[in-house]
Design a protein around this ligand. Sequence first.
Ligand SMILES: NC(=O)c1cnc(OC2CCCC2)nc1N
Length: 322
Amino acid sequence: MEEVKRIEELRTLLEKLSYEYYVLDHPSVSDQEYDRYMQELIALEQKHPECYDANSPTQRVGGAVLEGFEKVEHRRMMLSLGNVFNYEELVAFDERVRALEPDVRYVVELKIDGLAMSLIYRDGRFVQAVTRGDGTIGEDVTSNIKTIPSIPMRIDEPGEVEVRGEVYMPKASFRRLNSEREANGEELFANPRNAAAGSVRQLDSTVCAKRGLDAFWYYFVNAQEHGIHSHEEALEELSRLHLRVNPLRRCCNNVDEIWAFIEEISARRHELPYEIDGMVIKVDDLNAQTRLGTTVKVPRWATAYKFPAEEVTTRLLDIVLT
Ligand SMILES: NC(=O)c1cnc(OC2CCCC2)nc1N
């Protein structure tokens, strides 16, 4: 096989194997076979520096240690979310929406407790990752986000694709990190969200790479430019593009269906391998979202239901007694 063609073939193969392992959780080859392909690609790329590609699977980790993070202006504001704390406030949210959109349908998602992130792809290649910052100006953390193995470096979609989601630290990674820090007499992280934020702010991406971060993507910013009409369709398109989308979501036609899903998730959230601090309720139809619009900082077409803050003692007692 001509070596330069083999380089391209290995890059495509390793991205597919990464997707199977980190997004589908269903690898088709052993770790040893994956490593053999990776070693073959590293050797061929060293032989052919003219084939250098920053998006190669070999380029996810390493690179220079940064002095700081570049400021980046978001092309489209990164919105926060308003909150509701109980059934009555959820009813009031639904009434405000229904005043404009009588036949509204919602998509209800888990509210992942991490940090908001924006990914930019151009002509099928990952180009930049930017934190929310103040919603208008964020920080370029591309070198750290590249280390998250479930994030594809290439997607099968031309033009510009902007995706928003949550970078988070799974509970298992958090436990491992804090036990390592305890062994080293270092200060512990208070919760996975802080640990994720601290990891994404590392100037040396090899440190971030060891933190075991992951991400879920929940918003295709310019979906309508790509002929998509609903949020649910947008999520399905993101999955088709190999982005990791959380399957635990439900389309709901009224407050009672939303509330039933909230209660169902609230009862089992401690079994989830990541922390959530509530649920996000979004109007499904994208034209309805546009008609409802946004206030200065939050959409009128979405809200977050926040779980009641728990008594830590009951949580600890649960763990000790179960
Ligand atoms: N933490 C989450 O899981 C989460 C956060 N934000 C959103 O939606 C943004 C995008 C448009 C309005 C708010 N969805 C989520 N699932």
